[in-house]
Write a protein that binds this ligand. Structure first.
Ligand code: ZN
Length: 315
């Protein structure tokens, strides 16, 4: 069967202190905190979701903040760099903003595109690139207006432990198209207009170690529950061990590890983040799935209070 994902649904990473995480991704990068919930597999810790105004697929960066966990090491078997996309002409604004917040950045070029490369407070490698594709954000925060705001993911750089095999998974299983090579990078394109540009770094990297400052997994989009079941069969037909369909409250998920050791998820576009909050309220309340609601009092005592706030330096 011939199947094609539209691109990235979300990327999930492990970080440290949750308030530092919010202050960076909301306070500095201007993403909206669209869901404050707990890690369903470790309910005493948060799972924070950031995105555009409605948290649409292709814009969602999620975090497991584990303040006491060990630092990881970025390397093969992981997403190495996460790229965000801003409107054309917005890069000078972002350079100035990074300078203003004293965040060191480098300018790099791949495939004739200019990137601002920097790291978050917990060591994750990030980039900003400007492109015309993808709807402009409708969410303004602090001094970031919608002409400059991050639209969502541009894509990601994959560090594979077996790059020919990862290349085959991207093209034959996920349905991306290979579009070329530039120096140390191969580029692939998915069909959507956000989270659609994937690069594989060619030169080998030491094996990555999971921990604070590393990406945990990358999730690809399935447009419906029906298509999701087809994806599960499709992945099985390519001889991967794939999980059962798991209810993640805001989407259904399946997981498999590709042969370059990167953990892939396929997640459904529905039902989305307005399942348990109105769009206006997104991110304001601690939301729990029905099976954890009986433990709310205990969890609220365990979790440190956090908030999305405009930073002093941005007033
Ligand atoms: Zn996920």
């Amino acid at each position: 069967m011939d199947m094609h994902t539209d691109g990235i649904h979300h990327i999930t990473a492990i970080v440290g202190n949750p308030q530092e995480n919010i202050d960076f991704y909301a306070g500095i990068l201007g993403l909206r905190l669209v869901k404050k919930t707990v890690n369903f597999d470790d309910p005493g810790t948060y799972h924070l979701y950031f995105g555009d105004e409605g948290g649409k697929p292709g814009t969602i960066m999620t975090f497991f903040p584990w303040p006491d966990a060990y630092r990881g090491r970025i390397g093969s078997g992981q997403v190495g760099t996460t790229s965000f996309v801003v409107p054309e002409g917005a890069l000078p604004f972002w350079e100035e903003r990074l300078l203003h917040f004293q965040i060191e950045y480098k300018k790099t070029v791949r495939f004739q595109e200019e990137y601002l490369a920097f790291t978050d407070p917990h060591g994750l490698q990030l980039e900003i690139v400007a492109r015309s594709a993808g709807e402009d954000s409708t969410f303004a925060f602090g001094n970031i207006n919608t002409e400059h705001a991050i639209k969502g993911f541009g894509g990601a750089v994959l560090l594979s432990a077996a790059r020919h095999k990862t290349e085959r998974v991207l093209t034959e299983v996920m349905g991306l198209e290979k579009i070329g090579q530039d120096g140390d990078y191969l580029r692939f394109k998915a069909r959507g207009d956000l989270g659609d540009v994937m690069d594989i770094k060619l030169s080998p990297e030491p094996r990555g170690v999971s921990g604070v400052g590393t990406v945990h997994h990358i999730a690809w989009r399935a447009s419906s529950f029906e298509e999701h079941e087809m994806w599960q069969n499709h992945v099985k037909e390519h001889a991967f061990q794939v999980t059962e369909i798991i209810d993640r409250q805001y989407f259904n998920a399946i997981y498999f590890r590709e042969e370059g050791h990167i953990l892939f998820e396929i997640a459904t576009d529905p039902p989305g983040f307005t399942r348990d909050e109105t769009e206006e309220e997104l991110g304001k309340n601690l939301l729990l799935p029905p099976w954890l609601e009986p433990h709310r009092d205990q969890l609220e005592r365990q979790l440190q209070p956090i908030e999305a706030r405009i930073l002093e330096e941005d007033k």
